[in-house]
Ligand binder design. Structure first.
Ligand code: ADP
Length: 400
């Protein structure tokens, strides 16, 4: 069976084509790629398969045109891996927000699509392109089953005292203001792999999973279930991110809006696009640039210190609510690559049984243990694989 996994962002469509012969271990990536700059001048497609790699440029007005192009390349007689589009048996879509309705992946029918549309006001930047992708695939491949895999779903197990904010309760009832959490597909994947690496049953494991990329979120995962996570009502809460502030005193927002005469849009832009690593360092949102600048630039060093300090606080908090800890997992761009940041987060945590081994911590982008021999808690690097989880769920729901 061939499963196309689609991840539609506001100006990009990322895709991977999997084939599976009937067992979970057998998922094979046949091709993958990205269409960039949708609706902007200079659109292009990058495509990779086992023996082919290509970059092409073409006008791409919208997501439908992007998906038509992807399918065309997948079935191209020279560079493609399929005979034609009818060889695609199912499509799995990443959908950012599933609200309170979805604590699992779902086969997309009219009712499910309506429910995803209802979540647009909770994720106004993310759900609309996801919906465009679903509708484009429905019309390009009529009758082919489509599955939605939600970023919020894995956190559907968080208990109420962890997801209710201490605001007047009517706002939860009226607007569904609560913690949802994001990056769920990634936290789910690395927590499963983490338990496997530890050789303990997932159903008896206590893990903290640290997804650190452009966006950053940590999750406390007990017995395979998320019991708390750092992102909240939106992906703005929690840790220090590339351009997002993470936690702050909400009164600061009111103060700044008044003092600087800022509109809602301007304040939103400051919190989401101009804060975090970029805002504090004044250099870049990319931690590689900050690590390079830190030896001679005190604000770059301060930014790194801030990242590590807040991460430590979350690890302490999650250690407390988990009631013990078997392992910590680092994943995504920073988590998989930055020895410096992993080390600075774990430094000074031996009283919690956490210590990193400098030699092992040199690892990049591959599964490894990086804890010292005396560390009671195992510290792991696990490259995330959200596409594989989407393909698994699609197969489980419509292929098995
Ligand atoms: P996104 O969250 O945007 O999907 P990634 O998970 O790939 O992306 O993370 C991207 C971020 O990872 C970059 O902004 C950069 O800060 C960080 N990163 C990538 N490689 C390294 C590295 N070698 N050292 C430090 N940080 C890195």
């Amino acid at each position: 069976m061939n499963i196309l996994v689609v991840n539609c962002g506001s100006s990009t469509v990322k895709y991977q084509l999997f084939s599976v012969d009937g067992k979970e271990e057998d998922f094979q990536v046949r091709a993958k790629g990205i269409v960039e700059r949708i609706g902007i001048a200079g659109s292009k497609l990058e495509h990779k398969s086992d023996d082919q790699e290509l970059v092409r440029e073409r006008e791409v007005a919208n997501h439908r045109v992007a998906l038509e192009w992807i399918v065309e390349v997948l079935a191209d007689p020279k560079v493609g891996v399929l005979r034609d589009i009818t060889e695609i048996d199912a499509v799995g879509h990443r959908v950012v927000h599933g609200g309170e309705d979805f604590s699992d992946s779902a086969v997309i029918d009219q009712e499910v699509l309506e429910a995803i549309k209802q979540c647009v006001n909770l994720a106004p930047l993310h759900n609309p392109p996801n919906i465009l992708g679903i509708e484009a695939c429905q019309s390009l491949m009529p009758g082919v089953p489509q599955v939605a895999v939600f970023d919020t779903a894995f956190h559907g197990t968080i208990p109420k005292q962890a997801y209710i904010y201490a605001l007047p309760y009517q706002y939860y009832e009226k607007y569904k203001i609560r913690r949802y959490g994001f990056h769920g597909t990634s936290h789910r994947y690395v927590s499963q792999r983490g338990a496997q690496m530890l050789g303990i049953p997932l159903s008896e494991s206590k893990l903290i999973t640290c997804h650190m990329g452009g966006g950053v979120s940590f999750a406390a995962v007990k017995n395979g279930k998320s019991i708390d996570t750092s992102m909240g009502f939106t992906p703005l809460e929690g840790l220090v991110m590339g351009t997002r502030s993470g936690d702050l005193d909400p009164a600061i927002v009111l103060f700044l809006m008044e003092k600087e005469g800022l509109s809602i849009e301007e304040m939103d832009e400051i919190l989401n696009k101009k804060s975090g690593v970029l805002g504090v360092s004044g250099i870049s949102s990319d931690t590689r640039d900050i690590e390079a600048a830190a030896p001679t630039n005190h604000r770059a060093q301060l930014t790194l210190d801030l990242i590590a300090y807040r991460a430590k606080k979350y690890i302490g908090a999650y250690h407390a609510i988990l009631g013990g800890l078997d392992g910590i997992v680092f994943t995504a761009g920073i988590g998989e690559n930055s020895s410096y940041i992993r080390k600075s987060i774990c430094q000074g945590l031996l009283h919690l049984g956490i210590e990193i081994d400098d030699q092992r911590n040199k690892v990049r982008r591959k599964e490894a243990f990086i804890n010292s021999d005396q560390s009671q808690v195992k510290v792991m690097v696990i490259p995330t694989n959200e596409e594989l989880v989407i393909a698994w769920d699609t197969w489980k729901l419509v292929g098995k």
